[in-house]
Write a protein that binds this ligand. Structure first.
Ligand code: EAX
Length: 323
């Protein structure tokens, strides 16, 4: 009922050439500032959808977690209080457990591998299956390979993580991996992270270069280690309340807008990565660029074992076999 009321409030009647068309204003939430890879993705989504639909659908951006944390926004899609979301896949496994495989540390070899799997059969199956969770997966987008930052010391081996309080996303696979690597993982929603780092509630956090830059973590963290311990997908999601009932052509506009969004986000991830290390150093951070990944991978192995015990390894094998 709430949705119907808000839709009615948001809908205006647009009269073009004597034909009355309902115009629909849609909310698009994302966790980062507008000047970020998600912001670039949001602009591309908005411009593409408005162009394809000839203004029938308009999009209002709500950056910087204005509509809540990532988990809150996903719940909002399910009940129809939020229309569109760009989010990391961090909390997504709590809704669609199948995607948890993507969170395994050191699963993806590089960007090409990750993008290929997500845009290919495996990723597309996952998007389709999200319908069962009252979510419409429009396209996989990108956050990037995650790296560790902290306030205490330069980290270049798992031993350096010993006892370090590291904020992780609300994701069981990530928590298990950090525990196995010797850290003390503390799950926390994104909107709380900056303050937790500032106040020393946690010593560190891990995120891709574009997120570290967008959040200006140099203000609260001294050390960065390019551990690249896990690839972090992002996703463009819509509420079934928006998509259901649209014609096939209209639905197609949303998928096309999401594809344009993912492309713009990935391009910005690449640009941010190219200038990230220099930017961090300019802001006084100590950056460990040469990290030997093998010992981290070995230390994180128990996270794989727990995952396989619960879910088997069929999907892992399909992903690893992807060329
Ligand atoms: O989506 O919570 C996180 O660490 C995410 O990577 C961040 O919100 C960007």
């Amino acid at each position: 009922m709430k949705y119907v009321a808000s839709l009615a409030a948001a809908a205006a009647i647009l009269v073009t050439g004597g034909v009355a068309t309902a115009q629909q204003e849609l909310s698009l939430g994302y966790p980062l500032a507008q000047d970020s890879h998600y912001g670039d993705g949001a602009v591309a989504f908005r411009e593409t959808l408005e162009r394809l639909s000839d203004g029938k659908f308009t999009v209002v951006e709500h950056p910087s977690s204005a509509l809540g944390g990532e988990r809150d926004m996903i719940e909002g899609l399910q009940i129809g209080s939020v229309d569109l979301v760009i989010t990391s896949s961090g909390p997504l496994g709590n809704f669609a457990p199948e995607v948890l495989v993507l969170d395994l540390p050191f699963l993806f070899r590089d960007y090409e591998h990750a993008r290929g799997v997500l845009d290919g059969e495996i990723g597309q199956e996952m998007l389709e299956n999200m319908r069962d969770q009252d979510l419409v997966g429009l396209a996989w987008s990108e956050n990037g390979f995650r790296h560790l930052t902290n306030s205490q010391r330069a980290v270049d081996a798992p031993e350096d993580l010993d006892g370090l309080k590291v904020r992780t996303m609300e994701n069981q696979v990530h928590m298990r991996a950090f525990e196995a690597m010797g850290a003390a993982p503390t799950p926390m929603a994104w909107p709380e992270v900056y303050t937790a780092l500032q106040q020393g509630t946690v010593d560190g956090q891990e995120n891709p270069i574009p997120v570290i830059a967008a959040a200006k973590f140099w203000e609260v963290q001294d050390h960065v280690s390019l551990t690249g311990h896990v690839y972090s997908p992002a996703i463009v999601l819509a509420s079934p309340f928006v998509i259901d009932g649209l014609s096939e052509e209209e639905q197609g506009w949303f998928y096309e807008a999401a594809a344009a969004s993912a492309a713009a986000t990935r391009a910005r991830v690449e640009a941010d990565e190219a200038r990230g290390i220099e930017l961090f150093r300019e802001h006084g951070m100590d950056v460990v660029t040469e990290v030997d990944k093998a010992p981290f991978q070995e230390a994180a192995a128990p996270a794989w074992e727990s995952f396989i015990a619960d879910n088997g390894d069929e999907l892992i094998q399909r992903i690893q076999a992807f060329e």
